[in-house]
Design a protein around this ligand. Sequence first.
Ligand SMILES: NC(=O)c1ccc[n+]([C@@H]2O[C@H](COP(=O)([O-])OP(=O)(O)OC[C@H]3O[C@@H](n4cnc5c(N)ncnc54)[C@H](OP(=O)(O)O)[C@@H]3O)[C@@H](O)[C@H]2O)c1
Length: 329
Amino acid sequence: MRRCIDLALKGSGHAAPNPMVGAVLVHEGIIIGEGYHHHWGGPHAEVNCVNSVPPELQELIPRSTLYVSLEPCAHHGKTPPCADLVVSQNIPEVVIGCIDAFSKVAGKGIEKLRNAGINVTLGVLESECRHLNRRFFTFHEQQRPYVILKWAQSADGYIAPANREPVRISNPFADRLVHRWRTEEAGIMVGTQTALLDNPRLTARLWPGKSPVRIVLDLQDKVPGSHYVKDGSVRTLILTSTEIDTAQPLVPQVLAQLHRESVLSVIVEGGAVLLQQFISGGHWDEARIITGQTALGGGLSAPVLKNARMLESNHIAGDRIDIFVPAEH
Ligand SMILES: NC(=O)c1ccc[n+]([C@@H]2O[C@H](COP(=O)([O-])OP(=O)(O)OC[C@H]3O[C@@H](n4cnc5c(N)ncnc54)[C@H](OP(=O)(O)O)[C@@H]3O)[C@@H](O)[C@H]2O)c1
């Protein structure tokens, strides 16, 4: 199952809005085939796994065990049901990491397998398998995107200088990491003042992969058409007073809108006002804070997390990268 998870991760940034899934076929302790879901619309992990078995070993498939990180699907989507494939291949034993959360699938794949007389084992490395697809599970179970908050703060805790001139806080290596993070999420969001003052592109230029959908709060149509976020280079949702009722709390409306737009996850990259609203409503799943090595001596204070627990802390060329999750997780 650990190998399934490693394989599944190769689909990171490409599988969404589908889950990342890995599968391995084992005959008497030896892997004879493996596969993963490479990209949305493409063959599922189970199909790639079965197809990877070399011709001379195919006769072993009906005497092998299939390990798969997520319940095989039972419905006709872009591809035929994987549960049918498992049955037609006469695979006698299937070990599953976790149950699918997608209502068209949940439990139905397992039922199909069991009805065909296949021996099914459930819940192997379940929490690791659910963590792997935490974006997918959050989206389907809570009808909202998975929310990652991200900011860079100076050594003395500011995210912008007093004059609001854009300044470098993180080093070029941390910047690459941030661009990698962007390729892993479906959406990226900023507040009005950040879009106006920093004129960010919000694309993944320093890491290979897809750029996320840009989401820009612009309730009063302040961001000029000449700014990068309005250059049309990447799909962009500009949230105006048409989408947002300013008399109501902002963040729940944003999350509902992103759910409607099938945006599975969003990385919120500032500024302080927007981030603090996500924090105060408890609308976040991860916070990633980069602390640079230079001090600004004053300016716009970094947001303050509440009810947070540190998950990990690393250094990258001198900058500190801290990852937090809500305390109850
Ligand atoms: N170091 C970092 O990681 C980082 C990241 C991003 C930004 N920044 C810095 O942060 C500064 C901008 O941050 P900021 O905190 O001033 O602004 P912000 O969070 O980018 O945008 C907040 C603005 O959005 C508009 N808005 C209207 N209704 C809102 C609502 N209900 N919730 C949230 N926003 C609403 C308001 O714009 P109006 O006031 O125009 O109506 C509000 O001032 C810039 O100097 C930028 O350089 C730093």
